[in-house]
Each structure stands twice: as structure tokens, then as C-alpha cells.
Design a protein around this ligand. Structure first.
Ligand SMILES: [Zn+2]
Length: 340
């Protein structure tokens, strides 16, 4: 596949990529690890996996084989669904415990959903629910069942599944773990979407306000932490609540996560208040600061902007209906209309 020939630093032969599924390997030597940093040198070499393993005094700690599930999870996270599902379809029949099947199925359902293979998505969900009914309950399966019910407009059923989801993750996932925060956030997001779908706007309004009370000074340190709360801005936008939108815009959360978004959200708030001229000014600032951010990263602004204007390709669970076009489209509309 690759034109470059890799030579093995141990046996001296070329490394045929088909010889072992983990080949070619790359090993890195770092010198003077206990000494001064200035003296620490590093150099890398290609080798056969088997050659390296064979040279080791004890290979019991070598933990690179049998990691397909980990690799599949990485493919799933990075949106390479074809590659992820190919691995999962191989792993599922090999799963020995029902618990393993219940862990794999929700990931497969996610892949099928993104690949729009509805038949396989439904079949996997049914299999998971069947196992749940036999006593092998799984938070992941209940979440997928709730998301499917929400997508089909059966909000009461979705609510029931979210309750089961909560009960299961409280058993499965240790409290105070990073993973638990993830589960709680997903439940929070699902509940907001469901309450909006069931016309409980006031309860969502107060939930967003409480969230701002608790979280507006929080400084997120990862993209995951930011995306976890996308549901807040989607809810506020859906409610068209200008005051909440302003609070969100001026929160430390947004200012530290995406500085340009402060102005995007201010623009949305002004738009909700019917102040089109002010909205235009904020949107102009938003686009200018966003451009600076993108160009500082060495990226092509026009391309990034065009991507933002097209609708997202990913299918989101519990997506809150958005009555506005994507923010970048709205911004350009205002710039066209008001920019003299
Ligand atoms: Zn070799």
C-alpha cells in the first residue's frame, strides 16, 4: 500500500505490511531519562512487531494485541464509522459474556445510525432490549432506545427509557468518575430536549437559568466539556430568551471556550429583541474575531466558514429543533442586508 519500504532495525529485512497486522512498528529511544532534560535525546526506528517482541526479556507487559475493541472505539470517536463497524461486526460474534455484547451493541447502533443503515440499527437495538428484558440491563442500550423513540416522535416512551437509563448507569458507573459526569450530562441533555418536545418550556427556562447560576464561571478545559453543554445554547435559542442568551454570551464558560461566540450569542440576543442594527454589529464582531482565531491556527478561513454554513452531516441524538439557519448563514444574511 505504501511506496516507502521500511527496514527492520532488528533483523535488517524489509517490513512486509501483510506479515503481521501490527506491522510496521516504530520504536522510539529516549536517552538519559533520569538525567538533565538537556541531555535527553530521542531517536526512532522501524521494526517488525515480532522481532521486537522476540528481543524482549519478558513480553508479559506488552499490551498491543487483542485491542480491537479499543481501536473500534477510537474509530467511532473520530467519526470513521465504516472502519469502526467493520471491527465491531467481527468482535460481536466473538464476545463471550452477555455483558460484553451489551457493551458492544450501543456502539454498533451509533455506527449504523450515522451510516443510515436503519434495518441493522433497529435489529441491534431489538437484540439489546431483548437481553435487557432477560435481566442483562444496559444503560447504553436504554439510551439508544430513548434516542430512537425521541427521533420517531414518541416522547413518552423516550422518557420511560431515560428513567431506565438513569437507573442502570447509577448501578454500572462509579460515582465521582469522569465517565459518570458524561452519563449525567447525557441524561441532562435528553431531559431538556424531551421537556421542550412536551411543551414544558418554563421548566427548561429555569433549568437553563440554574445551569448558568452554577456553570457560568466554569472554565472548560476540553472540547468534550464544551460540547457536553451544546444543549444549553440550543435550548435558549429554541426558547428565544434574549436575557438568558445574554447571560450565556457573557459567561466565563463561553468567553474562555470560544471567545468569538460571545459576540455571536450577543447578536442572537439582539435579534430576539428585534434590534436588527445591533444584531448586525455584534455579528460583524463575531465574524471578525472568529476569522482571527481561525487564521491564527493557520487555517483557511473561507473554507472553515463555508463548512459552518452547510448543515452538519452527523446525526445527533436528542437534537433540539433549530428554527434559525446555521449561525454563519444568519451572520452573512445580516452582513448582506445591513452592511450598507
Ligand atoms: Zn525484523
Amino acid at each position: 500500500m505504501v511506496a516507502v519500504a521500511y527496514g527492520c532495525c532488528i533483523c535488517g529485512e524489509d517490513i512486509d505490511e501483510d506479515s503481521h497486522k501490527l506491522d510496521p512498528c516504530y520504536i522510539q529511544v529516549n536517552t538519559n531519562m533520569s538525567g538533565d532534560e538537556e541531555e535527553q535525546l530521542e531517536q526512532g526506528f522501524f521494526c517488525h512487531y515480532e522481532c521486537f517482541k522476540g528481543k524482549m526479556d519478558y513480553d508479559g507487559h506488552l499490551n498491543l494485541e487483542g485491542q480491537e475493541e479499543y481501536v473500534a472505539g477510537e474509530y467511532l470517536r473520530s467519526g470513521k464509522y465504516e472502519k469502526a463497524i467493520a471491527l465491531y461486526e467481527k468482535l460481536l460474534p466473538e464476545a463471550e459474556e452477555t455483558e460484553d455484547i451489551q457493551n458492544i451493541l450501543p456502539n454498533m447502533i451509533q455506527c449504523y445510525k450515522q451510516l443510515k443503515d436503519i434495518a441493522k440499527q433497529n435489529a441491534s437495538l431489538e437484540r439489546g432490549l431483548e437481553l435487557c428484558s432477560q435481566g442483562h440491563e444496559s444503560a447504553g442500550i436504554y439510551y439508544e432506545a430513548a434516542a430512537a423513540a425521541y427521533a420517531s416522535g414518541d416522547f413518552q416512551l423516550a422518557k420511560d427509557y431515560i428513567k431506565k437509563y438513569k437507573k442502570s448507569y447509577e448501578i454500572e458507573i462509579p460515582e465521582d468518575s469522569e465517565e459518570r459526569i458524561e452519563y449525567v450530562a447525557e441524561e441532562f441533555g435528553a431531559n431538556l430536549a424531551l421537556r421542550l418536545a412536551l411543551d414544558k418550556d418554563e421548566s427548561v427556562r429555569s433549568a437553563c437559568s440554574e445551569w448558568l447560576d452554577h456553570m457560568s464561571d466554569f472554565v472548560p478545559t476540553s472540547l468534550d466539556e464544551v460540547e457536553r453543554y451544546d444543549v444549553i445554547d440550543a435550548s435558549i435559542q429554541y426558547l428565544r430568551d434574549a436575557d438568558l442568551m445574554y447571560r450565556l454570551a457573557e459567561s466565563t464558560f463561553i468567553r474562555s471556550a470560544t471567545p468569538s461566540l460571545e459576540f455571536g450569542y450577543r447578536g442572537l440576543a439582539e435579534l430576539m429583541r428585534g434590534n436588527d442594527e445591533k444584531a448586525y454589529q455584534e455579528f460583524l464582531n463575531y465574524k471578525r474575531i472568529f476569522r482571527e482565531q481561525v487564521e491564527n491556527h493557520g487555517e483557511d478561513f473561507e473554507k472553515v466558514w463555508e463548512d459552518l454554513k452547510s448543515n452538519p452531516q452527523e446525526i445527533k441524538d436528542f437534537a433540539i429543533p433549530d428554527n434559525d439557519p446555521p449561525l454563519a448563514v444568519l451572520v452573512d444574511q445580516y452582513i448582506d442586508k445591513f452592511g450598507k
